[in-house]
Design a protein around this ligand. Structure first.
Ligand code: ADP
Length: 506
């Protein structure tokens, strides 16, 4: 096994289902790599454990190799072998767990959405801890994410601490309380958790279905630190409307629960060095941005007749959370206002995917609108660079990264005031906000008049005040959305938790 390096800082191990850029579905993947890179820069040792999915982008892993060990882990009353691989992703050490289980848990050609996800990820959570135990690792913090690896928290205290894996405090981050990982209580037994002991209202019992257990609730109850991804969302999920059934649990555990706004990986998202772009540019050279707009219009077959015609971008998973009806409305409204609209998105929800395929077909040869219904990382970079404005009309938004990425690329965000959008986008017309923070257009009501109001104001400024618009673009591009500040907050809470544990051990 690979010995853990000794580091003067903290030793933090993230156990997660995603990591950008090799295994990314959404923001979770960005957060795992962005936060770990920032921790590493601050002198901490950050390692990541991922499932060895067949669909990982293996060409982006350096020094990828199998370790000469087999880890046996428990599941369904038996012991299964796991092969462990190691590699470096953007400078970060990553371990991959490949279960040799007949169900081929991570050989499905996709990350999520399988009928046995609860089994797949409870297996992975246990195998990851087994690996840490057998490798003799002594992390200060084990940080798990979302329902898929929330099992780590109860498994750590109930199964692994008694076996001697007891150096760590557990941090759990929930990136979206909509996804909670519930199953009949008996399903917990597979990974060796005691269903009888855990299916109680103060432990893992689901708050609305009492014969079911809830993995996110387990993460909240059994972790030392619980975070979510923005201060506003941390408030929202403590209300009955926003908590997806967990508001009372979060209120009970409010002392250890806080919202820390995500950052973005400013190396991966940097228009001055971005190799996906036809032309790199920065805040002092907006001509380069204009060339990217031209290039995207050409590549998508949109009209280039009017350079001043504003281009509105939207890059999103097409799920109800993202306000799909408002996105659809924004396409038509943008055209009415004389703009162009480019949507990059895909949907795991069949009726939404079908609906947008219908709209995409209608606009197939349109001069001013194009819908591209797939996941495409390189195209996403080009759209951020080409867009003048960027729309995010979410119904709720734990943090949201696209508003920060769009600002870094000089596309002005138009967002609904909710969750992390409320903590990062401040209206240019809001006099209560100091002008250096005003950076976009916001609206409150999740309806057509709401979104129209913000769109109209954005178009008005773009069309009638080009100089002020350019100043706004430069200001947004120079704003700091790096992980530095947020990683410092994680550093603080990790350190406080570790110090508290050491104090009570003395
Ligand atoms: P969520 O995690 O809810 O999907 P976030 O705003 O936190 O939303 O993160 C979305 C991330 O996924 C961003 O990096 C965005 O660029 C990327 N993304 C979303 N949809 C697509 C797509 N169709 N193609 C490429 N990247 C996408």
């Amino acid at each position: 096994l690979v010995a853990s390096a000794t580091s003067p800082g903290l030793y933090v191990i993230h156990i997660a289902a995603e990591m950008a850029p090799v295994a990314k579905v959404g923001g979770l993947g960005d957060v795992v790599s962005g936060l770990c890179k920032a921790l590493q820069k601050k002198g901490h040792l950050a390692e990541i454990i991922l499932p060895k999915y067949d669909c990982i982008q293996y060409d982006r892993i350096r020094d990828f190799r199998a370790l000469d060990v087999v880890i046996e882990s428990y599941f369904d009353g038996q012991s299964f072998k796991n092969k462990i691989y190691v590699g470096t992703i953007e400078g970060l050490p990553v371990y991959f767990i490949e279960p040799h289980h007949p169900d081929k848990f991570f050989w499905r050609g996709k990350f999520y959405g399988e009928h046995d996800d609860f089994r797949r990820f409870s297996y992975f959570s246990r195998a990851a801890l087994e690996f840490l135990l057998q490798a003799g690792k002594k992390p200060d913090i084990i940080h798990c994410h979302d329902w898929q690896t929330a099992f780590v928290a109860p498994l750590y205290w109930d199964v692994y601490a008694p076996k001697g894996l007891n150096s760590a405090r557990i941090c759990f981050t929930c990136h979206n309380f909509e996804y909670q990982g519930t199953a009949p209580a008996s399903h917990l037994e597979s990974c060796g958790l005691d269903a009888h002991h855990l299916n109680r209202p103060d432990r893992m019992q689901d708050n609305s279905a009492h014969d079911r257990v809830n993995s996110v609730k387990g993460g909240v109850v059994f972790s030392n630190i619980v975070t979510t991804v923005s201060p506003t969302y941390a408030q929202e999920v403590r209300t009955a409307e926003g908590g997806h059934g967990l508001h009372s649990t979060l209120s009970t555990h409010s002392k250890k629960f806080l919202g820390i706004l995500n950052g973005i990986d400013t190396d991966a998202w940097n228009p001055a060095t971005d190799t996906f772009l036809e032309v790199q540019y920065n805040a002092n050279d907006l001509q380069g941005k204009a060339q990217n707009k031209e290039a995207l219009r050409r590549d998508l077959g949109l009209s280039s007749a009017d350079v001043r015609r504003p281009l509105l971008g939207c890059i999103t998973r097409l799920v109800p959370q993202k306000g799909v009806h408002l996105i659809r409305h924004a396409i038509y409204r943008t055209l009415e206002l004389g703009g162009q609209f480019v949507l990059l998105g895909s949907s795991p929800v069949p009726h939404i995917q079908r609906e947008f395929e219908g709209i995409a077909n209608n606009f197939q040869n349109h001069d001013h609108a194009r819908l591209i219904l797939k996941y495409d990382e390189s195209l996403s970079h080009v759209i951020y660079a080409a867009s003048d404005m960027f729309i995010i009309p979410s119904i709720f938004e734990p943090c949201g990264l696209t508003q920060m990425i769009s600002m870094r690329y000089g596309a002005i965000p138009i967002v609904r005031k909710t969750g992390g959008l409320n903590d990062s986008v401040f209206d240019v017309d809001d006099d209560t906000v100091p002008s250096q923070f005003q950076n976009g257009f916001t609206f409150l009501n999740a309806d057509e008049p709401g979104i129209n109001g913000a769109l109209d104001r954005a178009f008005n400024l773009y069309m009638n005040n080009p100089e002020i618009w350019q100043q706004l673009v430069r200001k947004d591009m120079n704003m700091d959305f790096s992980w530095d500040t947020s990683a410092a907050q994680y550093e603080d809470i990790y350190s406080m938790s570790v110090a508290r544990a050491r104090a009570t051990k003395k």
